[in-house]
Design a protein around this ligand. Structure first.
Ligand code: GLN
Length: 387
């Protein structure tokens, strides 16, 4: 038999369903409520800062760990917002998006065969991240209206083989914001079992109602065992800039930085400069961002409920998981997603892509994003209501 020339690790995960839905949306001219990226302009102040940085000839490699000004801006913000006292020279690393940050974290801390706990529904990247780093994922399911976890089920997931737990809050796709009490339960188990916590906090500034973002690294005793991931993509509507970052104590940052250096060398230098300018100026921008997304959430929630979906109102992030059981459609989530794209002209993501393969969970759900212009949302609403 001829050699396949392809490594086995590539066979244990498939193409991103989210990005596949984007391609299908384009093919069929559907409104893309599948992939979570804004279709409206980024704020003028960040765009101008990027143009200025290019014209000022900040066009060569930045320092691998990230430009000093950006790392300083990130550290200052972490102090102002969360009371974290970071050394930007040792504890902050800029990456090509939160996507690279998560891959770096897994490659830097996981040994082949180690267990990593993940809450499901989960953001789909964690599965390939685990496959490429040799981790074995252990799932804990978020259930019911509020997507809560059973503390006993969580405890049973921990063992001496557990290397880390991934916590994504505010959560994609559920819209859940983990409470301080829930985070404390997780933290207690991390300490008892001497494991790390890797957090994905990319939606930290997209929160609704009274919900508050609590970084795991701020809980007593947790900074030393937490790798915090965030980035600029969602907050500043610049998903194509690929700017993320890692915050971790020096012993972990040293390992993260080595992996990052040889994966990508670094994120785009002029965009890092623009990111620094944006973070330095953004304290009054964050409340505007929340208001903007609260309005978008209201438009889509209302349309989905009127169209017959059962939806949990998101507490944060910009997704709605919608149950289509009451709509009288026979097929599963994938068939329903394709039907919406082809026949209705609105693209969602099938719910099952956020659950472990083969579990059957998510087969009555689809995910919509409302990170779109009011015009896009209203047209999508019109199409869904005419179904
Ligand atoms: N985080 C976004 C989503 O869940 C975009 C994912 C991606 O394509 N990188 O839709």
């Amino acid at each position: 038999m001829p050699r396949a020339h392809v490594a086995r690790r590539t066979s244990v995960f498939s193409e991103s369903v989210i990005r596949e839905m984007t391609r299908l949306a384009m093919l069929h001219g559907a409104m893309n409520l599948a992939q979570g990226y804004p279709d409206f302009p980024a704020p003028a102040f960040i765009k101008q800062a990027a143009v200025d940085a290019i014209n000022a000839d900040i066009n060569q490699y930045a320092i691998t760990w990230g430009s000093p000004r950006l790392r300083r801006a990130i550290a200052d913000k972490a102090r102002r917002f969360y009371g974290l006292d970071l050394d930007p020279d040792r504890e902050v690393t800029v990456t090509c998006g939160a996507t690279e940050a998560m891959m770096c974290a897994m490659l830097a801390v996981v040994e082949e065969g180690d267990e990593v706990i993940v809450f499901e529904p989960f953001y789909e990247n964690y599965v390939p991240d685990a496959a490429m780093s040799g981790a074995k994922l252990v799932f804990v399911t978020l259930r019911g209206e509020g997507f809560s976890f059973d503390p006993d089920e969580l405890r049973r997931a921990f063992s001496p083989r557990t290397r880390a737990i991934i916590v994504n809050t505010p959560n994609n796709p559920s819209g859940k914001v983990f409470t301080r009490t829930e985070l404390q339960q997780i933290a207690d188990l991390c300490q008892e079992f001497d494991t790390l916590c890797i957090t994905d906090e990319i939606y930290e500034h997209i929160l609704y109602d009274h919900h508050e973002h609590v970084p795991m690294a701020t809980l007593p005793g947790m900074y030393e065992r937490t790798i915090t991931i965030s980035g600029l993509s969602k907050t500043f509507s610049v998903t194509g800039w690929r700017l993320g970052y890692l915050i971790a104590p020096p012993r972990l940052s040293d390992a993260l930085r080595k992996v990052h250096d040889f994966l990508t060398v670094g994120a785009p230098a002029p965009l890092q400069e623009a990111a620094a300018v944006a973070i330095e100026q953004a304290d009054s921008y964050y409340p505007e961002l929340r208001t903007m997304y609260a309005d978008k959430r209201a438009i889509l929630l209302d349309a989905l409920r009127r169209a017959g979906f059962a939806c949990h109102q998101p507490e944060g992030a910009y997704y709605i998981m919608a149950d289509f059981s009451a709509l009288g459609f026979d097929g599963d989530d994938t068939a329903f997603a394709h039907h919406l794209i082809r026949d209705i002209g609105v693209a969602p993501v099938p719910g099952s892509s956020f659950y472990r393969p083969g579990s059957g969970a998510g087969s009555r759900m689809i995910r919509f994003t409302f990170s779109k212009s009011e015009e896009t949302l209203r047209e999508a609403a019109r199409r869904l209501l005419s179904r």
